[in-house]
Design a protein around this ligand. Structure first.
Ligand SMILES: [Zn+2]
Ligand SMILES: [Zn+2]
Length: 175
């Protein structure tokens, strides 16, 4: 993993119009602005880019990220609900192109400190996972009482949207 990330970082600078990331300390921003061709990009517009995960946990495993640097899901608040709705929509349209049935789709975010890369990324996946160990990385834990989500290091996109709509923040603890 780290060797591959290292290869993302090194390499020839690209023309200025490829310099889309805006955080020098972020591995995604730096890699994306200096060595974009190393990403297996499957979808892109002005605001978001989607690429295949270099170590997929499922047959289809895409990372969908905003081009503007945002640390993580923890930074989002109610004003970001529309952004997440848009990411959900894009995720579905990507999985549509792979003919993944709706019942086999999973999308969500890791919650710090359990995120590997500190740049907001939506995991867009087709089930099943390639192993039970991989499945453990993306637990869907239902909420109880007034909570949308129980204790877990992963928030499914619908959970994240509902939590933010209520004016709350997405955390590892029930929220
Ligand atoms: Zn970044
Ligand atoms: Zn993640």
């Amino acid at each position: 993993m780290f060797q591959k990330l290292f290869h993302w970082i090194v390499g020839k600078p690209q023309p200025p119009h490829y310099q889309l990331g805006n955080s020098q300390s972020c591995i995604f921003c730096r890699a994306y602005s200096t060595n974009r061709s190393d990403f297996d990009i499957v979808w892109e517009d002005e605001v978001f880019v989607a690429f295949r995960d270099i170590r997929p946990s499922a047959q289809d495993h895409i990372q969908l990220i905003p081009k503007t640097h945002i640390d993580s899901i923890k930074k989002l608040s109610q004003k970001d609900v529309n952004m997440l709705r848009r990411m959900e929509e894009i995720g579905h349209s990507i999985l549509d192109t792979y003919n993944v049935p709706v019942s086999k789709r999973k999308m969500g975010f890791h919650i710090p400190p359990f995120n590997s890369i500190h740049h907001l990324h939506l995991h867009v996946q087709s089930l099943p996972y390639i192993s039970p160990v991989h499945r453990l990385k993306y637990p869907f834990v239902r909420g109880f009482g007034g909570y949308e989500k129980g204790f877990s290091w992963f928030a499914e996109i619908g959970q994240a949207i509902r939590i933010l709509e209520k004016g709350h923040r997405v955390t590892v603890a029930p929220c």
